[in-house]
Design a protein around this ligand. Structure first.
Ligand code: NAP
Length: 437
């Protein structure tokens, strides 16, 4: 039988993009061949594995080895430093490819929408995380750690990453790939107390158990959760009957933190619940966050008439993300409107752009495979078109896989000399020059 060869463009070189490519590679057969062009706005691939995963969680980053294997498989090409929307239009891309998959994540930090949110040193995790992770667009974020207390709003894993980065002893970050521009600021940080504030109860927290368990391993930081607050949550869920395993594990991990003997060190990380921020106060710069105390009544979280405040010099909100906007596409609940990954005609989406900002890196594997099944089911006759090379202006500096490998090698070599996994290059021009040399 004749082999049909299709051209598929994946926009976004993060975990969702790579796992989509892997699923496409795996689904090939004697009569189906797929050529994949992965298009990435930045000069570097790996998405959140490079600019999201916390530097003290190096093990999670080893998934990049899988990405590189996918990238080295026949029929895969990387086009980094190419922005859909300005360098090429989505419409043209869809004309040139049999299928286009948007795997561009959700990088826009949600807003609290409260008074004082725009004060100096009130940051979104969507700024703070890429700043400490050396994302080239976030080198200028102004971060002032000349304060003893920081408040992190949100009870999810991003809030936990942010809180750890602020609460760790800087010596623990020395052997990591934390941005070179962030290290001096973190080294001189005066922060000794970091308070994570969740607006609902411990039973509603979005943390995952492995991340909670990691907190007990911190050597220079004592972690606190109020035992009475946990006991009340346990009593409430006992009344619910059957309890999900994940929730049980979470509460158990929190109980261990709460009961853990403290080391008596100066660095403290506290997790508070039922605390909904209503105002950030300060004269130009953050000085205090005011909260409403919530309570759980008949399974519902409601506001009480009590308020309290925490004096602090830094607030980071980690309350979720929204997908990037694309002309002509609808965004709802942070994601591109789609049905099981199908947006319209030959346009699909995977990852956070498809699901909204939830799930860990591994979630993308099965999720992308499901979308790929649907893509293949809907394939028609292959187009005879040239692909992205027909669309790029001549002289456009594309970073291809070889170019990326040059950047990668250069960063790893600089890192080796400094006892780090890598030293990330942050300057856009230098990245392009390294990748096109
Ligand atoms: P998330 O898990 O959805 O958590 C967001 C938190 O923000 C929730 O506690 C939410 O509370 C709270 N929130 C939302 N709006 C708020 C508001 N207006 N005021 C106060 N709190 C508000 O999101 P995330 O932390 O950004 O993480 C995104 C995904 O990445 C998650 O699936 C996460 O597990 C994953 N991730 C994983 C790792 C890891 O595996 N190490 C690391 C980082 C991220 P409500 O529940 O009350 O809405």
């Amino acid at each position: 039988m004749e082999t049909k060869t299709y051209k598929i463009a994946i926009v976004g070189a993060g975990p969702a993009g790579y796992f989509t490519a892997q699923a496409l590679q795996n689904i090939q057969s004697d009569d189906l061949s797929i050529k994949i062009d992965m298009i990435e706005r930045l000069p570097t691939p790996w998405g959140l594995v490079r600019s999201g995963v916390a530097p003290d969680h190096q093990k999670i980053k080893t998934v990049a080895k899988v990405f590189e294997k996918i990238a080295k498989t026949d029929g895969f090409r990387l086009f980094a430093n190419v922005q859909v929307g300005s360098d090429v239009s989505l419409r043209d891309l869809r004309d040139q490819y049999d299928v286009v998959v948007l795997s561009t994540g959700a990088s826009i930090g949600r807003k609290l929408g409260i008074v004082g949110e725009n004060l100096i040193n009130s940051l979104s995790a969507a700024q703070f995380v890429p700043w400490y992770n050396a994302h080239p667009d976030f080198t200028d974020v102004q971060v002032d750690l000349d304060t003893d207390t920081a408040v992190v709003i949100g009870a999810g894993n991003v809030a936990m990453d942010v809180a750890r980065m602020l609460a760790l002893d800087p010596s623990e970050l020395e052997p990591t790939d934390t941005a070179e521009h962030a290290m001096p600021i973190l080294r001189h940080s005066k922060i000794r107390r970091v308070i994570i504030c969740g607006r609902r109860g411990p039973e509603h927290a979005a943390f995952t158990a492995p991340e909670l368990r990691d907190l007990s391993k911190l050597t220079h930081t004592d972690v606190y959760i109020d035992q009475d607050e946990l006991k009340a949550a346990s009593d409430r869920i006992d009344q619910m009957g059957e309890v999900e395993k994940d929730l049980k594990n979470n509460l158990e991990a929190m109980r261990l933190i709460a009961e853990n003997e403290k080391k008596g060190v100066r660095r403290k990380l506290e997790i508070k619940f039922l605390s909904a921020p209503i105002e950030i106060k300060g004269n130009k710069k953050v000085s205090e966050v005011v909260f409403t105390l919530n309570e759980v009544k008949d399974g519902k979280v409601i506001a009480t008439d009590k308020t309290f405040s925490i004096k602090c010099g830094l607030v980071v909100s980690a309350i979720g993300y929204d997908s990037l906007e694309y002309a002509g596409l609808k965004i709802e609940n942070g994601r591109i409107v789609n049905i099981a990954g199908h947006v319209e005609h030959n346009l699909y989406t995977t990852g956070w752009a498809k699901r909204g900002p939830n799930g860990v890196i591994g979630t993308n594997k099965s999720d992308s495979a499901d979308v790929v099944d649907l893509i293949v089911k809907n394939l028609k006759e292959p187009k005879s078109s040239e692909g992205i090379t027909a669309l790029l202006k001549s002289g456009h500096d594309v970073i291809d896989q070889t170019g990326w490998e040059k950047i990668n090698a250069s960063e790893v070599i600089s890192g080796e000399l400094a006892g780090k996994p890598r030293i990330k290059e942050v300057d856009w021009k230098r990245l392009i020059s390294l990748g096109t040399s």
